[in-house]
Design a protein around this ligand. Structure first.
Ligand code: PLP
Length: 456
């Protein structure tokens, strides 16, 4: 594409190094420049309106013009635009937010550590695993097990926990001390005739074998998203977490719940841990914590972990971890207001009232000739496009079929996301209305038909 020399697109291509983008393709294709948003809609610089069917990156839960959040930010900016939490300092928004988060958490957490992103949260988890086990005199117990297709971010340690080749290849990752176990995707990886329950039993057994092979005295933690998001919205099979957790308990392996996407009602309960019966020792959350209006994320830890790291910090001199912007007062004030708005507006009841319509339309797509599986929970879902339905044969990554389907959906006014060769994901703002859910699926149906024509 030839853009006018001084156009925004040409300036983007000339100056911006884009995350998660095929950079050579970007030089040709250029950017979609979003200039404003309102409710569930965003507009591009050509004046085209879209429903943001992914809430941005699974995060803008309250949509694009929430005045209450803007006001909370402005008020806090005026009062105290910045302070930090190092060396015994504190500020009111982080105190209020930590207290609030603990009160709604899915487990009895003792303390909240603030960071700026999901990746930083999971990097912190890795450091806590190390610090804790050194503190309790088990320096050999440090390994962390993630899962194939799990997504935990992109910093060096978080990307290592991630089980997606794109995040490892050419970055010389993963780092030492990280292992990956099976992806719990029944449709793809179950043996012929294997029930969900049997599949879960087999995966738990494989996990146990991995722990035994590594040496239980070396395995410290297991990290999992309640529903895999960036791996393609993979909902755990029947009985999965119950069986996995029995193995973790047996070998004294702590459970890290990565609730960066699932936290704050995405799966139809406040936490994915509640939807799937997970009992976390520590938890990462981000994204919908502030409806994405400002960067903020958090790690919550249980009391035994807190007590051990507190003792260690005393003997070393300080807990030598923290960010300049940990608990940034403006981000924390916006997050606190977000959590209040969820309560004041009864967002949970809203989500529970509308997600059946979302799931019904989603599951109906399984009848489409291109769709091998339509899967989801709450207000998140995906369709998996396959080259051949009976054999579940995948398209080649180079075919770009899912990406093409997303392009078609965009032409029909809905922004979705392609993951890998075949998955198209849907994750709208939580405040979406039922009629808008139907608009998303109407557009996706048209896009699937367009894609069918394009493929065949
Ligand atoms: N964990 C999960 C489950 C995520 O989905 C993401 C991002 O999508 C992350 C961690 C990383 O978060 P961030 O992009 O804020 O670093």
């Amino acid at each position: 594409m030839n853009y006018a020399p001084n156009s925004a697109a040409a300036r983007d291509i000339a100056n911006v190094l884009h995350p998660y983008t095929n950079l050579r393709k970007h030089e040709e294709k250029g950017p979609l420049i979003i200039t404003k948003g309102q409710g569930v809609h965003v507009w591009d610089d050509q004046g085209n309106r879209y429903i943001e069917g992914m809430a941005g990156l699974w995060c803008a839960s309250l949509g694009w013009n929430e005045e209450e959040l803007i006001e909370a930010a402005v008020k806090q900016m005026r009062e105290l635009p910045y302070y930090h939490g190092f060396t015994h300092k504190s500020s009111m928004p982080s105190i209020d937010l930590a207290e609030k988060l603990k009160s709604i958490a899915p487990a009895d957490f003792s303390k909240v550590f603030f960071v700026n992103s999901g990746s930083e949260a999971n990097d912190t988890q890795v450091k806590l695993v190390r610090y804790y086990n050194n503190a309790v005199g088990r320096p050999e117990k440090k390994k962390i097990i993630g899962r194939i297709k799990g997504y935990h971010g992109v910093t060096v340690a978080a990307a290592s926990l991630t089980g997606i080749p794109l995040n490892h290849k050419s970055f010389d990752l993963p780092i030492e001390g990280v292992r990956h176990t099976d992806c719990p995707h029944h449709y793809r990886y179950a043996e012929p005739g294997e029930s969900e329950e049997e599949f879960s039993t087999r995966l738990a057994k494989n996990l146990e074998e991995l722990i035994i092979k590594e040496g239980p005295e070396t395995v410290a933690a297991f990290i999992a998203e309640p529903v895999m998001g960036a791996g393609g919205v993979i909902v755990p099979p029947e009985g999965y977490f119950e069986k996995i957790q029995a193995v973790l308990t047996k070998y004294d392996v702590w459970m890290i719940a990565d609730e960066v996407i699932t936290g704050f009602m995405r799966t139809g309960n406040m936490w994915g841990s509640q939807t799937f019966g997970i009992r976390p020792n520590t938890l990462s959350c981000a994204k919908q914590l502030s409806s994405a209006y400002l960067p903020i994320a958090a790690v919550m830890v249980d009391d035994p972990i807190y007590q051990a790291i507190a003792d260690e910090s005393k003997s070393i001199g300080a807990f030598g971890h923290g960010y300049t912007y940990s608990g940034h007062p403006v981000s924390a004030a916006v997050a606190l207001r977000t959590l209040q708005l969820y309560e004041e507006r009864n967002t949970l009841a809203h989500v529970q009232a509308i997600y059946p319509a979302f799931q019904k339309r989603l599951k109906a797509l399984a009848d489409h000739p291109l769709v091998g599986e339509a899967r989801g929970v709450g207000l998140v879902g995906a369709v998996e496009l396959v080259a051949d339905k009976p054999s579940k044969r995948e398209f080649a990554a180079t075919d770009g079929v899912a990406a093409q389907c997303v392009e078609f959906a965009q032409a029909h006014g809905v922004i979705l996301r392609a993951i890998g060769a075949g998955a198209v994901t849907i994750c709208p703002p939580l405040m979406i209305e039922e009629g808008q859910i139907h608009e998303i699926f109407d557009a996706l149906e048209k896009a699937l038909d367009d894609t069918d024509g394009w493929v065949n």
